[in-house]
Design a binder for this molecule. Structure first.
Ligand code: ARG
Length: 586
């Protein structure tokens, strides 16, 4: 079931061919002037350039070939030679009916599904999350859902940061604070099953230890040694480390779940550890490793690079695995386990160089082929000062605090707007939470991911304009309308198109497929957000112009309810792809 643009492109392409021109020139786009036409084709201008002919004359030849096309109400030539196409009401109604009957609301599937890993979120043990993690989680979740919806077999992996220097820092800090834990230092165990530290302990110890490592070289060296020993397999350190990981992970899963971000795999950097020795050997055998001041590196610069690209550090001079080492070994791990055709890394744009290094190293080593690894970068969420957002106290944000802050604001807004008054306390809470998540996610996904934006909870939370709460409000309004219809015994039926607002709504519903296809190709969820907003607007116009339950003929009521139901379905589907759930009532 193709969308109208694709079908029209075929029709117009055939007309081009019959007129003796290249069929590809018949590509149709939605109209730049929706007041004049539904779609347009600019192919006559390109043909004229190639043939050194008059574009209007060529357009006339094509238009003559389109005469008698049953779906076209009007075909007109405008300006220098644009072909403007307007569909019949019947053709639009038929397409709307197709979408209404389609569980995918008019969206297609990819012809050849791929196995895809989306590496996103990337939280770390003990280190609090920052805005980069928040954006990675929101954008990655949406890309994962989009790819899955298009038909790919998709695995979201948190790629938990559980193997770096911060682990050595924590081991040293805990050992110092709790000398009675000496048993973790020595021997083979067994070690206590109960964690000797809580999440609060980790959150307190880590920043202090990180600061000390900067000013006290002895402390830093101790932590480096602990990191190397942990990686080398020292039993007590491994036991302690497992507690750190578990304590952090269970808290993070709670917070991610609250944000409706769900990973299929909670693998960590440490999961790549068993492959590292073998990998280093392979890199050695392939002659890729270079000794550099006691460390082993891979040179990844290319002659045509515009700027200096530093080498990838594989083994530090202490013998430790680095961030890039675990990333490289993780590619190998994924190759052996899921063997994906595509790995997408949804990570802060500031790590762009890191991924160029890792990807090139992987290509050199033969762990992946060019094009299978892709960094999906994004800009930062900034504070009003233009710097990456921090809390009022100046600390990095904690996901939990952000969600509470947004939910508090949502409660205020709902109450101000006189919404949710008839809900039970529990339902009100659930609604406030959904509004909060919608506000945060839509603010993030509303603009192209590469652009940075300013954290402005007041604006995100507004019920007017291009915001998550506005879209939820529209969806809830539609739900209540459908409830009323059901109470009145009215049901959706065959879709008819007569009013201009119905035409516009049908065309907007049809544009879903184009928006998703482009969002998929560009890894750009903002195009889905854009579509959701347009759909809500087209619906608002339809709602204002076309009486629904009070329409006089029952067929009209049924047709309009068909529009209402289909709009709701597609709107919820689009929001779902953004990771946004709609409440039943507000
Ligand atoms: N843990 C990393 C950080 O906090 C992000 C991980 C991103 N994913 C990856 N495969 N490197 O910066």
């Amino acid at each position: 079931m193709q969308d109208l643009r694709r079908r029209l492109s075929d029709t117009v392409g055939e007309a081009f061919a019959r007129a003796g021109l290249a069929a590809e020139l018949g590509r149709v786009t939605s109209s730049d002037r929706p007041d004049l036409a539904d779609f347009q084709c600019n192919g006559a201008l390109a043909a004229a350039k190639a043939e050194k002919a008059n574009p209007r004359a060529l357009a006339e030849r094509v238009v003559a070939e389109l005469a008698g096309s049953p779906d076209l109400a009007r075909v007109e030539i405008a300006g220098p030679g644009f072909i403007n196409l307007t569909l019949t009401d019947a053709a639009l109604a038929a397409r709307a009916a197709e979408i209404a009957a389609d569980p995918r609301f008019g969206a297609e599937r990819v012809a050849v599904p791929r196995r895809v890993i989306v590496d996103y979120g990337g939280p770390n043990v003990a280190k609090p999350m920052h805005v980069g993690h928040l954006r990675a989680s929101i954008i990655g979740e949406s890309i994962k859902r989009l790819f899955r919806f298009r038909g790919d077999e998709v695995y979201g992996d948190a790629h938990f940061g559980d193997w770096g220097f911060q682990m050595g820092l924590l081991i040293v800090a805990v050992a110092e604070e709790q000398p009675e834990l000496a048993f973790f230092q020595a021997g083979e165990g067994p070690f206590p099953a109960e964690s000797p530290v809580s999440l609060a302990d980790l959150e307190r110890l880590y920043p202090a230890a990180a600061a000390r490592a900067k000013s006290e070289p002895e402390f830093r060296d101790l932590a480096r040694r602990a990191t190397a020993e942990l990686q080398a397999g020292r039993a007590g350190y491994r036991a302690l480390w497992r507690h750190f990981v578990e304590v952090s992970r269970s808290a993070l899963i709670r917070e991610f779940t609250a944000l409706d971000v769900n990973f299929d795999l909670w693998k960590g950097e440490s999961d790549a550890d068993p492959l590292i020795a073998e990998m280093v050997q392979t890199l050695e055998d392939k002659g890729l490793l270079v000794l550099d001041q006691g460390a082993r590196i891979i040179r990844v610069a290319r002659d045509d690079d515009k700027r200096d690209l530093p080498p990838l550090l594989v083994v530090s001079s202490e013998g430790s695995a680095m961030y890039g080492t675990t990333d490289l070994a993780t590619i190998l791990d994924r190759r052996r386990t899921l063997d994906p055709q595509l790995m997408l890394y949804v990570v802060d744009q500031r790590q762009a160089d890191h991924f160029v290094q890792v990807f090139r190293a992987a290509y050199l080593a033969g762990f992946a082929s060019e094009g299978e690894l892709e960094h999906i970068g994004f800009g930062t969420m900034n504070g009003v000062d233009g710097k990456p957002f921090k809390t009022r106290e100046g600390g990095v944000l904690k996901l939990h605090d952000l969600i509470s802050m947004a939910t508090e604001k949502a409660r205020e807004r709902l109450t101000e707007a006189g919404l949710g008054a008839e809900l039970t306390a529990e339902a009100f809470e659930a609604t406030a939470h959904k509004v909060a998540v919608a506000a945060l996610k839509f603010a993030d996904l509303g603009a192209y991911r590469g652009t940075s934006y300013i954290f402005d909870l007041d604006r995100f939370m507004s019920f007017e304009g291009k915001t998550g709460p506005y879209l939820l409000y529209q969806a809830v309004r539609i739900k209540s309308l459908l409830r009323k219809a059901a109470e009145a015994g009215a049901a959706a039926g065959a879709i008819r198109v007569t009013e201009p607002a119905e035409r516009e709504l049908a065309l907007t519903l049809d544009a879903f497929e184009g928006a998703l296809a482009e969002a998929y190709a560009k890894r750009a969820p903002n195009l889905i957000a854009e579509h959701a907003y347009r759909l809500a607007q087209a619906f608002a116009k339809f709602y204002a112009a076309c009486p629904i339950l009070s329409a006089t003929e029952p067929e009209r009521v049924a047709s309009r309810l068909g529009f209402v139901q289909t709009t709701l379905g597609q709107l919820e589907c689009a929001l779902g792809l953004l990771g946004i759930a709609t409440p039943e009532r507000m």
